[in-house]
Structure formats: structure tokens, C-alpha cells
Design a binder for this molecule. Structure first.
Ligand code: XMP
Length: 516
């Protein structure tokens, strides 16, 4: 039995969009947590002997014919249980209370008042702002339960059977819109379940290393290293776990930012000591992209060529059974949106469409992690901040930032301008805070200017910087004028062939973050 996981929290999923978020909040509190399907086998759910259970919300109504039910082992269990929203309604129904459809759906912020002294609200102000999102509500409490908090909309915003350590909350403590939600979860973990804080980036690594070794045994593993955070962290993790059995392929397609290819070699080959094969495929990529201007055509060509180059290298290596991938939890949600099968690998993960004859089995050690957790793990593995805090960079690279036809000269121009923008943002402390993504875009447009008393007729460069949490919507970053002025002056002076710099002030929507 794995000691690290013993005494954690099993989150039982009833279909809420927030289920993984609950698990992540618990890990933030230093406690191991894992999500299980509501109809999973009891032995599987209980394999690490959880100290308590959290029942997620969900879209069903407890009286629906096919509604997911409270797992049988939990009806009999003496362990602490916290039901959130649908989870609370399930506890109520299972213990003989009454749940009914509310007259109005309650969605959004609400104030709850907790009057009873209960360990769940220990140390918290009496009135709390919380986030509600439910259609059903509790009409009558089951025997043994009492109301722990009320809201304007319901006398049962939180309930509990303290003698059996059963608690329910109608609101969502896991979302940031419930500012004291984390304190409530913390009370459940430490006051009610008596969990211990033993979960950390270091303990994740220790555990992941064991799992990787158990999965791959003496077989060899391959990784397509892009230099992005996720593949970098998987690489460092695989290296720690199986060193000699592990090989990375880094395809340099010539569409990377300034110094990026050199940095990948420095960090992964020299510092991390990885067995890294660097493939210089610049000519093939630029050749295939010559005269291609349509953005989707660029993407298709790059995606296909990447798979071809990678597969050829992989075939040459022989005897490799596993492919490691930097899939993280948000990728799985995104793919689930396009597919019923939540396990599909996102298409822009490049290596998703490998030819059948390669027959790789996947190793995906970060698939339950969120981006910020991946960063913590990367730092704990000794990766440099420059890699761990790198902004997202699209798979097709500079090809979709160099508008119009691509050639080496235009790419170099774009790289030089982009590096100046990045340097100045970093110097102003705005690369990590203040912008979520920032880059330069070279337009296939010339404008007239005057330099040294002479007429110039050169290309236009656009600076793009956005703030966003999820990259689905974004606002253009309000960068200081002085910073923009410095960047513009430096680019026009230092980069030959650019005589005008513009700043993109379009949000998403209606714009997208990238220009292509
Ligand atoms: P958009 O331009 O759609 O970008 O607002 C949202 C996020 O996705 C990134 N992006 C891509 N990433 N392959 C990728 O791996 C692509 O083809 C691609 N297109 C856009 C973009 O950089 C931003 O972070």
C-alpha cells in the first residue's frame, strides 16, 4: 500500500464540471485526492483507504429514473462524507429526507448564515458569500440531520448529521466565487477527517516515479519534446524515473522563437542529462511551407510533417514500446467537448496522429494535473524558471505569426522583434504577471517611413499582448505607454526591414489571440 495516498480524500464524481477542481483544491491543501466514477468498484475507490469522501455536484435530479445513486458502500460506511450540491441531495434522499425541484433555479452569488456551531464552519464569520448553482433543493431533513446554515432561498444551505460525520452543502465551496470555500474544505479535511498534510510537488514526483517504473518496467519510452512546459515536465519526470530507458526527440522545424532550440539542448541534454535526439528539419518544413499563406493549410502541413519526421526517427530507434505525453487535465476537458470519449488526445498534441505501425502505449503522468500544479512539479524537478514559466506557444509556431509567405529572412526578422518585446516585458516584470501571452506578428504589408532623412518602405510589425485565465476569452493588455515606446523604438532601430510597429487592441472575442 502506498503510504502517501493513504488517508487522502476520494472525490466521487456525479458529473459536475467542477469535480476535478474539488480534487485539485484538496491537493492545494496538501492532501492526496483522487476522482472516482460514482459507479466505480468499492475496492478500487477504497484501495488507498481514504480518510473521507466528497460527493461532487451533478446535472441529475435525485428522483430521475436513471439518476446516479449513492454508492452502496457509502450508505454503510462510518467515514466522514461531504456532499456538495447534488451530493448533498443524494445524502438527504438516501437517509430518508425530501428533495424537490425549487421554484426558481438558484445560480450565482448568495449569502449564507451559519448559526449552529459545527466543525465545518469553524473559525469563519457568520455570514459567508458563496456560489450557488442548483435547481433542486432540500425540503425536509432526514432523521439525524440538522440545518447548519441557511440562505434567503433555503433553510438548508448546509446540513449535517454530526454524530455520523455526514455533511452537505448546497453551494460550491470549490469555486473561487466562494471566497471562504477553501477554509470550509480545510475544516472538512483537518477537523472532520483528521487528514495529514503530506501531499506536495515532491510527494507527487515520488509517487509518479513509482507509477512510471511500475508501468514501463524494463521497456523503453519515447517523448516528443517541444520545449513547452508540459512536455518539459514529463521529460524531467521520465528522466528521474527511468533515465537510461528514456529517449526524447526534439524536432527543430525552424519556427521556434529566438534561442529556443539552443535552450532546449542546454537544459535537457546538458543540465538534465537526457538522451535527446535533435532533428534539424528546418529545410523540410520551410520547403513545404513555401508560398503557403492560408493559415489552416499551414497548420495541416506542419502537423503532418511533424508526425512524419517524428515517426521516421521513432522507427529508426526500434524496440520502443511506450510514448510519454504531456497531456494535462484541461486537455482532457477540451477533448471531451468534441468527443464523447474523454480519453481522446487533443489533435494539436501533434503526436496524436501517429501511424498505426508504431503501436505505442501511452504514459501520461500529468493527466490529472492542472497547469499551476505542473509548474510546481517542474520547479521541484529542477527545471529552470525560464522553461517552467514559459507562456503557451502554438504547435505551428511562428508560421502562424509570420503572416503571408514564409521564408528564413522574414522568420529571423520576426524572431528578432519578438525577442526585443519579450526582453522589455521581462525587464518590466510583465512577462509572468500582466500578460498571459505576448508576442510579435509580422504582417505581409509594407508602409512608408522616414529614417535618417531617407524614405523607407518596409514591413509592419504588430505587438500582441493579452490577459486571460483560460485563453477562451481574452482582453488586450493595457501595457504602459513607456514600455510600448521603448519596444517600438528598439525594434525599428535594431531590426532591419521593419519600419513601423502597431499595438493590437482587439479583445477575444471578436478577435482571436493569434492572428491566424
Ligand atoms: P486563439 O488564437 O484561438 O488561441 O485565440 C488560443 C490559444 O491557443 C493557442 N493556439 C494554438 N495552439 N496549435 C496550438 O498548439 C494551434 O494551432 C494553435 N492555434 C492557437 C494560442 O497560442 C492561444 O494560447
Amino acid at each position: 500500500m502506498d503510504d502517501l495516498k493513504r488517508g487522502g480524500i476520494a472525490v466521487i464524481d456525479f458529473g459536475s464540471q467542477y469535480t476535478q477542481l474539488i480534487a485539485r483544491r484538496i491537493r492545494e491543501l496538501g492532501v492526496y485526492s483522487e476522482v472516482f466514477a460514482h459507479d466505480g468498484a468499492a475496492e478500487h475507490i477504497n484501495q488507498h483507504r481514504p480518510a473521507g469522501y466528497i460527493l461532487s455536484g451533478g446535472p441529475a435530479s435525485v428522483y430521475d429514473r436513471d439518476a446516479p445513486r449513492l454508492p452502496a458502500f457509502l450508505r454503510a460506511s462510518d467515514s466522514p462524507v461531504l456532499g456538495i450540491c447534488y451530493g448533498m441531495q443524494l445524502l438527504t434522499e438516501a437517509a430518508g429526507g425530501l428533495v424537490a425541484s425549487a421554484k426558481t433555479r438558484e445560480y450565482g452569488p448568495a449569502i449564507i448564515t451559519h448559526q449552529a456551531r459545527s466543525p465545518l464552519f469553524d473559525g469563519l464569520a457568520t455570514d459567508l458569500r458563496v456560489w450557488m448553482s442548483h435547481g433542486d433543493r432540500i425540503e425536509a431533513l432526514p432523521p439525524g440531520y440538522s440545518a447548519l446554515a441557511e440562505s434567503d432561498n433555503s433553510p438548508y444551505a448546509a446540513i449535517g448529521d454530526l454524530s455520523r460525520n455526514r455533511y452537505g452543502v448546497q453551494f460550491h465551496p470549490e469555486v473561487r466565487h466562494s471566497p471562504q470555500g477553501q477554509a470550509i474544505l480545510s475544516n472538512f479535511l483537518f477537523r472532520i477527517c483528521a487528514c495529514q498534510r503530506k501531499w506536495s510537488a515532491e510527494s507527487f514526483i515520488e509517487d509518479a516515479v513509482k507509477k512510471i517504473r511500475a508501468q514501463v518496467q524494463t521497456e523503453r519510452v519515447l517523448l516528443a519534446l517541444s520545449g513547452g512546459v508540459d512536455s518539459a515536465v514529463v521529460g524531467a519526470l521520465m528522466q528521474r524515473a527511468i533515465g537510461e530507458q528514456f529517449t526524447c526527440i526534439f524536432v527543430d522545424h525552424g519556427l521556434l522563437r529566438k534561442g529556443e532550440a539552443e535552450q532546449v539542448l542546454q537544459v535537457f541534454r546538458r543540465e538534465q542529462g537526457m538522451n535527446l535526439i535533435a532533428v534539424n528539419a528546418i529545410e523540410s518544413f520551410l520547403g513545404a511551407l513555401q508560398n503557403v499563406t492560408e493559415p489552416e493549410a499551414k497548420r495541416k502541413i506542419i502537423g503532418k510533417l511533424f508526425v512524419d519526421v517524428f515517426s521516421e526517427e521513432a522507427r529508426r530507434l526500434r524496440g520502443i514500446r511506450f510514448l510519454a505525453q504531456g497531456t494535462i487535465y484541461p486537455d482532457i476537458i477540451e477533448s471531451a467537448a468534441d468527443s464523447k470519449n474523454a480519453k481522446t488526445i487533443k489533435s494539436h498534441h501533434n503526436v496524436g496522429g501517429l501511424p498505426d505501425d508504431l503501436h505505442f502505449e501511452l504514459v501520461e503522468p500529468l493527466r490529472d494535473c492542472f497547469k499551476d500544479e505542473v509548474r510546481k512539479i517542474g520547479l521541484a524537478l529542477g527545471l529552470p524558471e525560464a522553461i517552467v514559466w514559459r507562456q503557451p506557444f502554438p504547435g505551428p509556431g511562428l508560421a502562424i505569426r509570420c503572416l503571408g509567405g514564409l521564408n528564413w529572412e522574414r522568420l529571423e526578422k520576426l524572431r528578432a522583434a519578438d525577442a526585443i518585446f519579450t526582453d522589455e516585458l521581462a525587464a518590466a516584470g510583465m512577462l509572468r504577471q500582466g500578460t498571459a501571452q505576448s508576442f510579435a506578428v509580422l504582417l505581409p504589408v509594407k508602409s512608408v517611413g522616414v529614417m535618417g532623412d531617407k524614405r523607407s518602405y518596409e514591413e509592419v510589425l504588430v505587438l500582441r499582448a493579452v490577459t486571460t485565465d483560460d485563453f477562451m476569452t481574452a482582453d488586450w493588455a493595457r501595457l504602459p505607454y513607456d514600455l510600448l515606446a521603448r519596444v517600438s523604438a528598439r525594434i525599428v532601430n535594431e531590426v532591419a526591414g521593419i519600419n513601423r510597429v502597431a499595438y493590437d487592441i482587439t479583445s477575444k472575442p471578436p478577435g482571436t489571440i493569434e492572428w491566424e
